[in-house]
Design a protein around this ligand. Structure first.
Ligand SMILES: C[S@@+](CC[C@H](N)C(=O)[O-])C[C@H]1O[C@@H](n2cnc3c(N)ncnc32)[C@H](O)[C@@H]1O
Length: 291
């Protein structure tokens, strides 16, 4: 069966196509051109090795033997373009992912942010999750604030924004319904207080959903960054090449005031010329303060 007529599935492996093909730089560039032309998606900002592997996964799923067969499939099949884009932008997330980081924010960071803001009345306190996937991270912040800072929330207008490049993932985030695996790190009493169990799904309480605004945005578009007091950019930067990591981190530094907070993922760090713009608050939890 020619690839264009195939049933396109998400990656499942296949006994007849057990191994992933090797993709050359030129082939990746060719696929990048299709994505750029048809989706305005810039593949070149991501780490090539990671992207090659992810493209190869889609090639195996669609039984394309080489990159040119896969490119011609992409040219005529919008659904495969969607699936490829989804595979390239990894959407794994969880509520309270790395719980110790949220605990550190609760004890050492958020009290100071509210205290400073309460001295200068009139300005909202702004939290921004860049690469927010299905909303688990900004909603975790909302729950944390509701649980431990309800008095501050009454006194200080607080804004939480989640942005991501993927519109379908953002749509899911707005709905606020999750499978149980996303709630693995959520203590039972928090689950019971903020989620309603409906069949196999956990539905987030409307008053938490209302605390977060979701917007579509490309992280490489540093000119469109939102002025913020705390930026969480966790487990997203890692997929970008070093040059673009540095550009993104400078963009974040520019949108934070002196004293503003940056949170990175456990395997991410400040790179190159960005380092002197931040001082560590907790290096273990990858929490930094803008100088
Ligand atoms: C692995 S998730 C991280 C989710 C969350 N921050 C966490 O730590 O659990 C990475 C997210 O980055 C998003 N992403 C990838 N490339 C992006 C880009 N160019 N602009 C904005 N978001 C992007 C993906 O769509 C995905 O939802």
């Amino acid at each position: 069966m020619p690839p264009g007529n195939m049933n396109l599935t998400s990656d499942s492996g296949d006994a007849t196509f057990p191994t992933l093909v090797e993709i050359t730089d030129e082939e990746l560039e060719e696929i990048g051109m299709v994505l750029g032309l048809r989706r305005h998606f810039d593949l070149s900002v991501y780490k090539a090795k990671c992207m090659k592997r992810r493209v190869a996964i889609r090639m195996r799923s669609t039984r394309c033997l080489d990159a040119s067969a896969y490119c011609s499939l992409l040219q005529r099949n919008d659904r495969e373009l969607d699936l490829l884009q989804k595979t390239l932008t990894i959407h794994v997330s969880q509520f309270f992912r790395n719980p110790s980081m949220f605990e550190k924010l609760r004890t050492d960071v958020i009290p100071g942010l509210f205290m400073a803001r309460e001295r200068e009345t009139g300005f909202p306190l702004r939290f921004w999750c860049l690469g927010c996937a299905g909303g688990e991270e900004p909603y975790s912040l909302a729950i944390l604030l509701r649980e431990h800072f309800s008095g501050n929330l009454r006194r200080t207008r607080t804004v939480i924004v989640g942005t991501d490049i993927d519109p379908e993932t953002l749509q899911g985030a707005r709905q606020g319904e999750y499978n149980e695996d996303r709630l693995r790190d959520v203590p039972m009493e928090i689950r019971e207080r903020y989620f309603q169990h409906q069949g196999t799904r956990f539905v987030l309480a409307p008053d938490i959903r209302e605390m977060v605004t979701f917007l579509q945005g490309d992280i490489t578009d540093v000119g469109g960054y939102l002025a913020s007091d705390l930026v969480s950019c966790r487990n997203t930067l890692i997929y970008f090449n070093r040059h673009d990591q540095e550009k993104i981190l400078h963009g974040i530094a520019d949108c934070l005031p002196a004293g503003g907070i940056l949170v990175l993922g456990k395997s991410e760090s400040l790179v190159g010329s960005v380092r002197p713009r931040f001082t560590p608050v907790c290096p273990v939890e990858r929490i930094y303060r803008r100088i």
